[in-house]
Design a protein around this ligand. Sequence first.
Ligand code: IVH
Length: 696
Amino acid sequence: MDDHLDEVKAAEEMDRLITDLRHHAELYYNRDAPEISDAEYDRRFQRLVALEQRFPALVREGSPTHEVGAPIAGTPFAKVRHAVPMLSLDNAFSADDVQEFFARIRRFLGLDAETPIPVVAEPKIDGLSASLRYEKGRFVLGATRGDGYEGEDITRNLALLDDIPKTLRGDAPEVLEIRGEVYMSRAEFARLNETRVEAGEAGFANPRNAAAGSVRQLDPEVTRRRPLHFFAYASGEIQGADGRPWDTQEGFLAALKAWGFAVNPLARKCETVEEVLAFYDEMADRRATLDYDIDGIVYKVDSIAWQERLGFVSRAPRWAIAQKFPAEQAKTVLEKIGISVGRTGALTPFAILTPVTVGGVVVSRATLHNEDEIRRKDIREGDTVIVQRAGDVIPQVVGADKDKRPKDAVEFVFPDHCPVCGSLAVREPGEAVRRCTGGLICDAQAVERLRHFVSRDAFDIEGLGEKQVEAFWRDELIRGPADIFTLKARNDRNEIDLAGREGWGATSAGKLFQAIDARRNIALDRFIFALGIRRVGQATARLLAHHYGTLEALREAVLAARDQESDAYRNLVDIDGVGPKVAADLIGFFAEAHNQEVLEALQKELKVQPFERPVGGGESPVAGKTVVFTGTLERMTRNEAKAWAESRGAKVAGSVSAKTDYVVAGSSAGSKLTKARELGVEVLDEDAWLKLIGRG
Ligand code: IVH
């Protein structure tokens, strides 16, 4: 990790990661429509884990690293609390990781090097997990995993699966919860998609999404027609058995079979790490021939007594690990390179491919990342390329087979004009991305900005999601953010007819108008974030709101900051966490005439609330003072100190100037302290500072 990361930057990045991970978890778990690969999700998740380890003081309550899966969106299924949480598994990506898993268990249990650690290796089924509750041997409740603690009641749908026994055979504990994976076979998935496409419906991206979509159908009749299966592999709550009738994972799998569950026939007990790794290789080879998707192998310590001793670490058991398979690949022809344009104008290249099956899924588009990647891999239109997907939905182009290159294939020239609006597209020095300069005259940016404007952390208007706003944009009901707030007036004047739109009625239109009205009062930080200014994420929006207090003050300050010699500019870049790049983006945004019009139009329609200072800063001795922190504080983290100062009305700056009122110097303070002394700024040590703010 880069060592120059300070707490403010880390907090900003963590904020961004949390928003991002929540968004993608929501797409994955609740909408069955993931947009990024599992590998990419894992990468971002691990980055958050690393940041949280390095900055423990910044760990947020409710961080995705403390959760499993996604929180449940407003769904029509009843919520069910899991008696025993449904956790997830840690991942191993290499043989070394697997060795380390065994070493860790050995250390934890205090076993010597000779003691074998038998495990059961089971294919990791790529479906969705479900929990089945049996009372007195009868199936009474079936639930999705949800966020791991609370899922949805899908009993009626699960009861339709042949693999799920409605009554258990033989003796079973009084209460028995069985967990396993609901999945769809590849052949059945292909058949289902064929009929859907014939009927003009959208096909599912892969068998996992098809299974997830099928099991969460409101109408069980739809589920009944979907070919779903279930493999059982774990237990939840158990009551009333005199001890468990099994003392190993192997014994548990045998019990599952005896009760009438389907258990994966490939599961195998392994005595040594070598056996485990050999099993993995064997399965990696057989994987393509299986009729269902598996995305790795799960190893579980066989001894239940050891499992109980090993227990759990936050979201995963210490006694199990999943070793993932590498991505699946296939070759096909890259017919054309397309360019898409995002909210901030970023031009992203993608490959249009001759459709090819990669690991059971037909792929016709893949990402090419950016301009440099195309050049580095020397990928050309007409090339035969290697495409890869890793249980994911956005496949990627790995490289080109140069031997198969057509003679007339020419190097790809990345466009220097926006393919959507024709404006110049420029690449700033040090940037990987080329951007359209068209701003809001660019349709692509306009629609993406609108989607951002209504997103969850921005205006979050109920009933006006990204999909609706896009449709409204397409039909020219909404062209800019302010149009959202004039919808009702225009509807009243009969200029538009919202209730008459397909899928809408008087009730839903009325509800939407109410939801929009509810947002006519908006917090300043949300408003700033909603504007979608480049580099201004939630954390920066909050900093700006905090610093300037009102939208007017912010706008005036940023306009004045156009002059880089001005106090306004210095003041802006001095906000810890802002800096020259963010300042340039803000100045650019507020200077643009079109954005000014948008702001004015919005201000006619809504009230942006001044930022509320958490504690009455008025009486505080530091209210209105500018404070700079330097060096290491002993009694609180820098961020905590900043939050305290700001909550008492102080402005916290990143560098020392004649305007600085106090410099708070912790241990090993350096140049800022020297500068304070030179300028005669009052310097406080940590104790004096704490006394001043009333925490001494
Ligand atoms: S055991 C406490 N066994 O993988 C242990 N999970 O990444 C719970 N999965 O949520 C999980 N096949 O949806 C286990 N043979 C298997 C599995 C399996 C697939 C899924 C399951 C779990 C996820 C964790």
